[in-house]
Ligand binder design. Sequence first.
Ligand SMILES: Cc1ncc(COP(=O)(O)O)c(C=O)c1O
Length: 289
Amino acid sequence: MESLACLNGELMPVDEARIPIWDRGFLFGDAVYEVMRIYQGRCWLEEAHLGRLQRSLASMEFPAVDLTELVDRTNRTIDASGVLEGTAYLHITRGVAPRAHAFPDSSVPPTELIVIRNYDDAQPARNRESGVATLSHPDLRWKRCDVKSTNLLANVMAHEVAHRAGCFEAILVGQDGLVTEATHSSVLWVRDGRLEGTPEGNGILPGTTRQFLIKAAGAAGLPFADAQLSLDDLKQADEVLLVGTTIEVFPVIRIDDAPIGGGQPGSVTRRLQTIFREAVERWLAPQPV
Ligand SMILES: Cc1ncc(COP(=O)(O)O)c(C=O)c1O
């Protein structure tokens, strides 16, 4: 099977899943979500994703969701789908109620959608090898980018500009002239052998891949430091990379017209790719009893 949905606890083919027009996710984008990578039928960094989902829900004052049951439903959907290499999309909205800005009555249950899909890693694998071109774009998003909300219009618009220019991603630059992140991935860079990135806060999504890599790189003797860079300074960095759940680690070889690292993936990025891959392999390896 290529994909399978679980809508409010009920397994169904994706094409048969239906959301009522009064769903607040549809009307207001009143919803939060997560995307996990499934390797060999198991969700990578599951705890980190669920922790972030819980923070997103709490920040937006959603009713509490039982995460253990959500994990159970996710795993049941993965098993029923038969997907081994894929993604798990979790989407929770504030539920269905006639359109009004005020939150619905507390008796209104959230809408919960889980979609399990196959993921074809062939093109991403090529991008990991060759590196990708990017375009800079103003960061026009709201001021709570730490919440993984489905309100992605500013991300979509910026990404489309990059896409039409033949680029993989748009690197977003805030009103203060400082780089934040990309439309659906985190941006890291290397200067003088040190891994750096924009500090966590309201301006960026706390990326699970970014957090994982920062920790793993530190353990491998590659320290990380928070830094705030203008676009011009980023273009002068020794290496720039994009990291995220499905892409893992992509070298950036161009921003606008500026080649990065001479237009070739750099050695620290290569090391981070190896660190990431080896960690996944270790996690997948059968545990000795
Ligand atoms: C805006 C943004 N930043 C960063 C990321 C990377 O986060 P993660 O590593 O948890 O996939 C994403 C992923 O969708 C994103 O949408």
